[in-house]
Design a protein. Structure first.
Length: 152
């Protein structure tokens, strides 16, 4: 059974970054961030990995990295195990954030876009959206961060 809130297509925000971030981002990081922001409003679909079919959390990461020519694993658990870890204190736009939403390991992944915000495909019935890392729900479940970019 599928539930629809309304028949209108969600309005997509213009993809942009604060000037301080956009001027210093590598081309790969900027590509991932812009590709993710361009999917805001795309429906959630378990197992989805394209704008046409919708996205789940790891499918959005897979798609945005593929967009810039990087091959990454398909699931949040596998993605978490192969990243170059970074300190949460040194997050940069384009880093991946991993969360424990069920079970004992990473079960959710998102893309950090700067200023304490991230883009993700949250769950069934909710489209790709932005969220704040200091939201109590997410801050309590945060595990670690990292990326797949070559040494910058």
């Amino acid at each position: 059974m599928a539930l629809m809130a309304c028949g209108a297509t969600p309005e997509r925000p213009e993809a942009s970054l604060a000037p301080s971030h956009s001027e210093s981002l590598s081309e790969q990081r900027a590509g991932v961030v812009f590709a993710a922001l361009n999917q805001v409003g795309t429906p959630y679909q378990y197992g989805g990995q394209s704008p046409r079919e919708g996205f789940d959390c790891s499918g959005l990461v897979w798609y945005t990295h593929r967009h810039i020519g990087l091959s990454v694993p398909r699931t949040a658990h596998e993605q978490s195990g192969q990243i170059q870890r970074v300190s949460p204190r040194s997050l940069e736009p384009g880093d991946l954030l991993f969360f424990r939403t069920k079970g004992s390991g990473p079960s959710h992944v998102s893309i950090y876009i700067g200023d304490g915000q991230f883009v993700h495909a949250p769950s069934s019935g909710r489209p790709v959206s932005t969220e704040r890392l200091d939201n109590p729900y997410w801050s309590r479940r945060f595990l670690h961060a990292g990326h797949y970019y070559e040494q910058e």
